[in-house]
Write a protein that binds this ligand. Structure first.
Ligand code: C2E
Ligand code: MG
Ligand code: MG
Length: 239
């Protein structure tokens, strides 16, 4: 019970209104304090514990949505990050469907963020699982797009709702023509494929200006809000 979820707003760039949030795992260690996922998620993945913890993440997000709804707030969809190991078990659909039902959460309120690594061990099976989740009404987005192996072929096979442009490209877009070109290309490609596009790691008004100029209307980043505990993000939800 030392894990907790923090939430980072996803906003419409035009007016900074919060249209969603991403749940990010934190470990509140008794001596070390708050530990970031990069320091412990790899170990959870190596040991397979990520399956149980990832399951808890979905359940906790559903519990939080139910709690906010009961408190009279208007919740926004929550995105959760999935790990490759969660696909290997094959029961992702069943466990997610159970958490949604138990908390009375509609599937459209939960978005699943996957990376290309989720598809690597058994791509056909992962596509089948994602199709089932999509058919049930969950949104699926590709995280850290542009990093990793970046096969474009899977973009035609996956039932995707959105691409999230990796924050490395967004951050460098102002100073590096190469990164700027990649950001523009991803925005253009997402639009042509009818996916939403979300920019990660927005830190300055210049980033916002660049993204909007090229047609990206949704993003996340420290400029709009860092990941914070549930009680803090709740202040941004409307009654
Ligand atoms: P991610 O899913 O790509 O999440 C975005 C990361 O970028 C988060 O780091 C967030 O705090 C950080 N970030 C957001 N805006 C900015 C910004 O403007 N500037 C900078 N420099 N960073 C920004 P965090 O929370 O440390 O998470 C790191 C990664 O750990 C996540 O990357 C995700 O891959 C993984 N992770 C987090 N929670 C979970 C989880 O529940 N399950 C799994 N499997 N992985 C998780
Ligand atoms: Mg993510
Ligand atoms: Mg990312």
């Amino acid at each position: 019970e030392e894990f907790e979820l923090h939430y980072q707003p996803k906003v419409r760039l035009a007016d900074a209104s919060m249209i969603g949030m991403e749940a990010l795992l934190r470990w509140r260690h008794p001596e070390r304090g708050l530990v970031a996922p990069n320091e412990f998620v790899p170990a959870l993945e190596d040991t397979g514990l990520i399956v149980a913890v990832g399951d808890w993440v979905v359940r906790e997000a559903c519990r939080q949505l139910q709690h906010w709804a009961r408190a009279g707030l208007t919740p926004v969809p929550i995105a959760v990050n999935l790990s490759a190991r969660q696909f290997e078990r094959g029961d992702l659909y069943a466990t997610i469907a159970r958490h949604l039902a138990e908390h009375g959460v509609s599937p459209g309120m939960v978005e699943l963020e996957v990376t290309e690594s989720c598809l690597m061990s058994d791509p056909e099976d992962a596509v089948r699982q994602l199709e089932r989740l999509r058919a049930a009404g969950l949104r699926i987005s590709v995280d850290d797009f542009g990093t990793g192996y970046s096969s474009l072929a899977y973009l035609t096979r996956l039932p995707l709702s959105a691409l999230k442009i990796d924050r490395g490209f967004v951050n460098a877009a102002i100073s590096e023509p190469q990164s700027a070109a990649i950001v523009k290309m991803v925005i253009d490609m997402a639009m042509r494929l009818h996916f939403d596009v979300v920019a990660e790691g927005i830190e300055t008004p210049e980033h916002v200006g660049f993204l909007r100029e090229h047609g990206c209307e949704v993003g996340q980043g420290y400029l709009f809000g860092r990941p914070v505990p549930a009680a803090e993000i709740a202040r941004r939800l409307r009654r």
